[in-house]
Design a protein around this ligand. Structure first.
Ligand code: NAX
Ligand code: K
Length: 506
């Protein structure tokens, strides 16, 4: 699914209006109906619904929603905020369409801002949408601050008012803190960035029938990975298949005191369909690996505690995964250096392997034109690219790093972002807060390594791997919740996750 900029959304609106020969007010009516449908499912009629409308089309949506909810017996109070003498045409149209018995209140100065504290009311925020073109200050900021401090449940139409759609909101701009955001047709880039969680709340997308042709043809660097996207990638197994068809993976993982990381990566790799798995561990890890993961073949490093060498017959493997639990000893750095210098294998690089590379210009110089997938969390990513200023800056660094080195980066987070060598970014849509626990990253390394071994392209392996990792956690959630969930629980739910995807295939 594509993510459009505010400007592209305006173009999509205009294109749809022209293509279908409808008026912009008719498109607004569709948007208002779609929002109202969502709202009716969420909130019962009963309490007061205060609707704050700004002077643009977002405010027009608010007025149309006021009419529709009024028709459905909601107790609605619309407010017109600020100077509405230059309001948009569709705002005016919907103001005129309000029924006689629905009185608006005009908030022209601070003293007129209603006090909603302790009223337990419900607010619909229709002050500004994608047309916001400067920080919100003055009277509008006062209204947003009053809503934020009132404790009422705010639902934003299209986007929380004050939040920029696709660039950093200036610090002096007020932003409403919505509990729910209902976006038209597609999610906005702003929703996917962790820094905006307090403003966006839980977001939903409702369709308003924007032109699919426009959306499919428009160019964008940002995408959301949905179930239908990964189902297109999934390869079903043939009846006459054998383990040789699904790749032989090598994991260089684990160290003294961190053998669990190797066990988790190995178990996840096996649960993700790899044909054969060999794990090389320091000597101290041999009995652990052999006992915990009997399906894996185990090689031992000559070093007792740390990874220090590559296996001699490294050519025979189809894919390598490294990083989890390896530590940052000098001998390990040498081994990672050898791996980068001598191997042409597709390689998944995680955790301390990233830290070792980030700390060495010599190792970094070896990264060009290889088949590499990095799987950093934000701190590891900053070690690679330097300190970032905000989430947009992080995205920019992500794209630049991938384009410079021709690699993939799986930047882990609530909406894990997969960066590609072409400078595209794919945000994942599965997963939950139960995954914020040690070891889930090791699991992801195992999954992606297994998928690359099965001849998925690096891009497919990243997208499918990240999706299925989050899906497994989502399937674990109903019985385990997020507090008690562990990385092993995610592995245990991988079978269900793969089944879920294959059974739903057309
Ligand atoms: N264009 C269309 O056909 C459709 C638009 N829709 C709605 O329209 C919204 C976009 O509408 P608009 O483009 O009219 O823009 P907005 O309603 O977001 O706001 C634009 C208005 O606010 C003013 N403004 C912008 N920033 C301000 C600030 N910081 N302080 C004070 N005033 C400010 C502008 O001068 C303009 O008058 C969408 O988010 C969506 O809610 C939907 O109804 C779907 C159809
Ligand atoms: K809004």
């Amino acid at each position: 699914m594509k993510i459009l900029t505010a400007a592209q959304t305006r173009e999509a609106d205009a294109y749809t209006i022209q293509e279908e020969g409808i008026s912009s007010a008719e498109l607004m009516e569709r948007a208002a109906k779609a929002f109202t449908g969502w709202f009716e499912n969420k909130f019962q009629p009963g309490g007061e619904v205060h609707i704050f409308c700004g002077p643009g089309n977002n405010g027009g949506d608010g007025l149309a929603v006021a009419r529709l909810l009024h028709e459905r017996n909601y107790n609605v109070q619309p407010y017109l905020v600020g100077d509405i003498s230059k309001a948009s045409d569709d705002f005016e149209t919907n103001l005129e369409r309000l029924p006689q018995d629905l009185q608006t209140i005009h908030v022209e100065q601070e003293a007129a801002i209603p006090n909603l504290i302790g009223k337990g009311s419900c607010v619909i925020d229709a002050l500004f949408g994608t047309g916001l073109n400067r920080p919100v200050t003055g009277l509008y900021a006062k209204v947003l601050e009053a809503l934020n401090s009132s404790g009422v449940t705010v639902t934003s139409i299209d986007i929380p008012s004050g939040l920029y759609t696709d660039s950093q909101t200036p610090e002096d701009g007020a932003i409403v803190r919505a509990q729910y955001t209902v976006s038209f047709e597609l999610p906005k880039l702003a929703f996917l960035l962790p820094q905006h969680e307090p403003f966006v709340g839980e977001w939903h997308v409702v369709s308003i029938g924007l032109s699919q042709q426009f959306i499919s043809e428009v160019n964008t660097n940002y995408f959301c990975t949905k179930q239908e996207d990964v189902q297109r990638l999934l390869k079903l197994r043939k009846k006459f298949s054998h383990k040789g068809l699904y790749g032989h993976a090598l994991l260089l993982c684990g160290g003294y005191g961190k053998m669990g990381a190797a066990v988790l990566a190995a178990r996840a790799c096996l649960r993700s369909g790899v044909g054969l798995l060999t794990v090389q561990v320091p000597q101290a890890g041999y009995p652990i690996l052999q006992t915990a993961v009997p399906e894996a073949m185990t090689l031992t490093d000559r070093n007792r505690k740390h990874l220090s060498e590559l296996p001699q017959d490294i050519q025979k493997y189809d894919v390598i995964g490294t990083g989890p639990g390896i530590g940052t000893e000098r001998v390990t750095k040498t081994a990672i250096g050898q791996l980068l210098a001598t191997s042409s294998h597709p390689t998944v690089i995680d955790a301390d392997a990233i830290n070792l590379i980030a700390a060495s210009d010599k190792l970094k110089a070896q990264l060009y034109k290889k088949k590499l997938i990095f799987t950093p969390h934000p701190k590891e990513f900053e070690r690679l690219v330097g300190k970032v200023k905000n989430d947009y800056d992080r995205l920019q660094h992500l794209r630049e790093f991938c384009m410079e080195y021709g690699c993939y980066v799986v930047l882990k987070g609530s909406h894990t972002a997969v960066g590609t060598p072409e400078g595209k970014v794919y945000f994942n849509t599965t997963g939950n807060s139960g995954m914020a626990t040690g070891g889930t990253g090791d699991v992801l390394t195992g999954i992606i390594t297994a998928l690359v071994g099965q001849q998925y392209t690096l891009e497919e392996a990243c997208l499918l791997g990240v999706y299925v990792h989050g899906l497994a956690a989502d399937l674990a959630f109903p019985s385990l919740g997020d507090i008690a969930m562990t990385a092993s629980d995610v592995i245990d739910h991988l079978p269900k996750a793969f089944l879920h995807l294959t059974q739903l295939m057309p």
